[in-house]
Design a protein around this ligand. Structure first.
Ligand code: ADP
Length: 290
């Protein structure tokens, strides 16, 4: 009986150990078969596999982030390199061409530095919020501030910009700078992707009975196609077709990923609905906890 029991335990445990060693060597697809009995070992094997699954998904995500980031950085670098070569090959002799190339190099460098800053911000924000970073923040005040920041730009773009703030919305425990950034990104996009004579509104309301503070950002802009909608929160994702022809320089595609990460740091959810040619609405819900 002793031999039988020991064998029943020893075989699965040594299998588990071997699989752990395979994972440690970087074979991230390694999994264990879970024995039916004993129950404890069955549970251990299952949790082990779930852990391995998560590890593999995480490493995969990290790799794809590095690949995307490198790809994004390579494009402006290539363009800078080409222009420097042309300058060296004679473009320097024609001052007007040289001027143009230098201006283009400068704008690529600006783009690179903007991208690197956003990547750093994203990685900092994805690190989460510590308890010490959480303070009671007035969402109403943030709406007012962001509204004031963007009003002139909206007016220059002939966009009717309004805000409605319900004063009963309670303060939210969170990070002021992040919450400001979250709304800033949404309004910045809304103005970028809304043509002249458009409308843009921010609504902050308290959803009674559901203990939710809801923030809506609604524009009457270009809208986003249905098949692209599920991807817009992905890092580096940009919708080329909705880009206004003579709009500001291309974004980095990180804005909404940053926004989403901030919402999640505050226990909230973000969703979007959109109709091409009619506009886009982002809805953010924060639990108020009472
Ligand atoms: P970007 O830096 O390119 O603006 P974002 O992550 O902020 O990146 O947005 C991703 C894409 O989602 C944008 O390229 C844009 O096409 C689309 N988008 C975001 N907000 C809006 C909006 N309010 N109206 C239309 N399209 C939008």
């Amino acid at each position: 009986v002793g031999y039988y029991l020991a064998r029943n335990l020893a075989v699965p445990i040594s299998h588990l150990t071997e699989t752990a060693e395979s994972l440690a060597r970087g074979e991230l697809g390694a999994r264990v078969n879970s024995p039916e009995v004993p129950v404890e070992l069955n549970r251990l094997a299952k949790s082990f596999n779930i852990m391995a699954e998560r590890l593999q998904a995480y490493v995969h995500e990290l790799r794809s982030f590095v690949a995307n980031a490198s790809h994004e950085l390579r494009t402006p670098l290539t363009s800078i390199k080409l222009r420097v070569e042309s300058l060296r090959d004679g473009a320097l002799d024609d001052p007007s061409v040289a001027d143009r190339f230098l201006a283009e190099i400068e704008s690529e460098v600006d783009r690179l530095s903007c991208m690197v800053n956003e990547m750093l911000d994203l990685s900092r924000i994805e690190g989460g919020l510590s308890e010490e970073q959480r303070m009671p923040i007035s969402l109403a005040q943030i709406v007012e501030d962001v509204y004031a920041t963007f009003l002139a730009r909206a007016q220059r773009a002939d966009i009717e910009f309004t805000r409605h703030v319900d004063p009963s919305v309670p303060p939210l425990l969170g990070d002021e700078e992040q919450l400001r950034r979250m709304l800033y990104n949404l309004i910045d996009n809304a103005i970028k992707y809304t043509p002249h004579n458009g409308k843009l509104e921010i609504i902050l309301e308290h959803v009674d009975g559901e203990h939710i503070s809801r923030l809506l950002v609604r524009d009457s802009g270009f809208g986003i196609m249905k098949n692209q909608l599920p991807h817009i929160f992905e890092r580096f994702y940009r919708v080329e077709a909705t880009r206004p022809r003579y709009g500001p320089p291309q974004g980095t595609g990180l804005g909404l990923a940053i926004t989403k990460s901030i919402v999640e740091n505050h226990g909230g959810t973000i969703s979007v609905s959109s109709q091409v040619g009619e506009g886009t609405t982002f809805v953010i819900d924060f639990p108020t906890g009472n």
